[in-house]
Design a protein around this ligand. Structure first.
Ligand code: SF4
Length: 353
């Protein structure tokens, strides 16, 4: 792993992005919200935080959205990013309402004076800006360059504008739906600029294709020391986006919090149904903050030995279920009491960690 690229730091609410600050995870709210749903949104944000989400982005389409995002930001659960396209007055309104970061794509904001006004307002208020440059929606004058060169040229133009306006908190994203283009353009950008990078593959597809593409591009970038905050885009739940991002960071040793799950695919020898256990409990395991390895194995034949490194595990033989720690059985129960026994032991471990 290459040493992490040292960038400037952008303050986004209470979070620092870039420099040597921890790499953050973000997701995007998948629906339009309104004030009648504010309480349920806040409850959901608390849950997302348990999964490891650090920032949340919302679409802004009306002045009412701006006010609501200001209130959600003021609740202090996590920094709020307002995503604005086409309407620069809404971007100004969102900044005024107190959102923590504004994400604009200059390609959809239109004429340059509008972007200038947004930058001036963000600089005055200290609001962070994400300059979102997507290969598919570049400003018109870069359309002929192709995605990669177009994104780099647009980054140069708009970062100069950020510098003219003395914007202090700027994050850049350069995304394409092709993972290789995403890798190359971020790599090339980081050779010339020291702004923190929000990395991710855009429109990456449903769960499995997205995990494959995102893991490919993000692993290559993070191993090269590139990337300060990330979003895994999936046509699926926000929780799955956050879990996937955290798993990539954990696999690379860039985050140590949270549970690492070891579980077998099950075969004809299985006496314990690992599929059913994971369907029921995987989400709960991902919400644990303690750095633990948890194993769920279909049988003790290979299971105990192969999961010897697990802090806690569950397996079965015949009608019995065994709870084990580092390869040693610590409890023997029947299938009806197994899950209660397992979570009792897990709670004890979490209290210790
Ligand atoms: S742990 Fe047991 S049940 Fe699971 S795949 Fe290995 S042999 Fe099969």
């Amino acid at each position: 792993m290459t040493e992490r690229r040292r960038t400037r730091t952008a303050a986004v609410g209470g979070i620092l992005i870039g420099g040597d600050h921890p790499i953050t995870v973000q997701t995007m709210w998948p629906e339009q919200i309104d004030s009648s749903r504010k309480d349920s949104v806040l409850r959901h944000l608390k849950l997302l935080k348990e999964y490891g989400c650090d920032l949340i982005r919302f679409t802004v389409q009306t002045p009412e959205d701006c006010r609501l995002l200001g209130e959600i930001s003021a609740a202090g659960i996590m920094p709020v990013v307002a995503d604005v396209h086409y309407n620069h007055t809404l971007a100004l309104e969102a900044i005024k309402s107190g959102v923590d970061k504004i994400r604009i794509n200059p390609g959809t904001i239109g004429v340059l004076w509008k972007t200038r006004e947004i930058f001036r307002s963000a600089a005055d208020s200290g609001t962070a800006v994400r300059l979102g440059l997507n290969g598919g929606s570049l400003p018109k004058h870069y359309a002929g360059l192709g995605a990669e060169a177009g994104m780099l040229a647009a980054a140069e133009e708009y970062l100069e504008l950020c510098e003219q306006h003395q914007l202090k908190h700027v994050v850049v994203s350069l995304k394409a739906s092709d993972p290789e283009v995403t890798y190359r353009v971020n790599k090339r950008f980081s050779e010339s600029w020291d702004y923190p990078l929000h990395i991710g593959v855009t429109e990456a597809g449903p769960l499995i294709p997205s995990i494959v593409k995102s893991t490919y591009a993000l692993t290559k970038l993070l191993e090269a020391g590139i990337g300060d905050t990330l979003r895994v885009s999936i046509s699926d739940t926000m929780e799955r986006e956050v879990i996937t991002a955290r798993e990539i960071l954990r696999m690379l040793g860039l985050v140590s919090k949270g549970v690492s799950i070891v579980s077998c695919p099950k075969c004809g020898r299985a006496a314990f149904n690992t599929h059913r256990f994971m369907e029921r409990w995987e989400d709960r395991l991902h919400r644990i903050d303690a750095p633990l390895t948890i194993a769920c194995m279909g049988c003790p034949v290979n299971g105990l030995e192969e999961a010897k490194h697990a802090d806690l595990g569950i397996t079965g033989a015949g009608r019995k279920v065994f709870i084990f720690r580092h390869g040693e059985i610590i409890r023997e129960t029947d299938e009806h009491e197994a899950e209660d026994a397992f979570f009792e032991e897990l709670d004890k471990l979490c209290r210790r960690n």
